[in-house]
Ligand binder design. Structure first.
Ligand SMILES: Cc1cc2nc3c(=O)[nH]c(=O)nc-3n(C[C@H](O)[C@H](O)[C@H](O)COP(=O)(O)O)c2cc1C
Length: 172
């Protein structure tokens, strides 16, 4: 999360699994915790969405939350979709399943989605880290996200920005 922080960014983490489940399932936007999460989405210029892949799709928990947001809750916003999964067979689940939902909610720009395989993740208690190669790829995605938000200048104004990898070589 600290990779997203900078002089122009205030970062907020909403853990959907910590929201009250009954209010979530009833789409009760008057519940104070749900209302607070909805307001945080409303105030954000950019949103990183992270979900596990379950049964070849993004999680039901995420869908329940997206369903209770106003129809155009993502209007004008930049979105970076990320997923963890056990199989590369479902690497396109974000693009085929989630992207149309985000588009229908008015997202202005959706940064190339990121799929992280479970063996590349290290979970220790509440902390999650990734291996170096995955880390470099995620840093690039964050760079594109920040460019789209206007928080970082694109390296190449004519094409897709190609930032340097952590090891100094050009990407792409
Ligand atoms: C019920 C269940 C279904 C899953 N289905 C898929 C799947 O269809 N494709 C896939 O790539 N990974 C699948 N996985 C693996 C998860 O995406 C992966 O383990 C994920 O990182 C777990 O996140 P979590 O610890 O938040 O549950 C599944 C895991 C579970 C528990």
């Amino acid at each position: 999360m600290h990779q997203l922080e900078g002089p122009l960014a205030t970062v907020r983490h909403i853990r959907l699994r910590d929201l009250p489940p009954a209010a979530l399932l009833r789409a009760d936007a008057s519940d104070p915790q749900i209302a607070e999460a909805v307001a945080a989405v409303e105030q954000a210029s950019g949103i990183v969405i992270a979900t596990p892949i379950y049964k070849a799709a993004y999680s039901g928990l995420l869908k329940v939350f997206l369903d209770l947001l106003p129809q155009f809750a993502l209007a004008g916003k930049i979105v970076l979709p990320c997923a963890t999964g056990g199989s590369l067979a479902h690497v396109l689940a974000l693009d085929y399943g989630l992207r149309p939902v985000l588009q229908s909610m008015g997202a202005r720009h959706i940064v190339q989605s990121q799929f992280v395989l479970e063996p590349h993740l290290k979970i220790e208690g509440d902390s999650l880290s990734v291996d170096d190669v995955t880390g470099a790829t995620l840093l690039e995605a964050i760079y594109h996200f920040r460019c789209a938000l206007g928080h970082a200048p694109p390296h190449d104004q004519l094409g897709h920005p190609r930032p340097e990898r952590a090891d100094g070589t050009a990407s792409g």
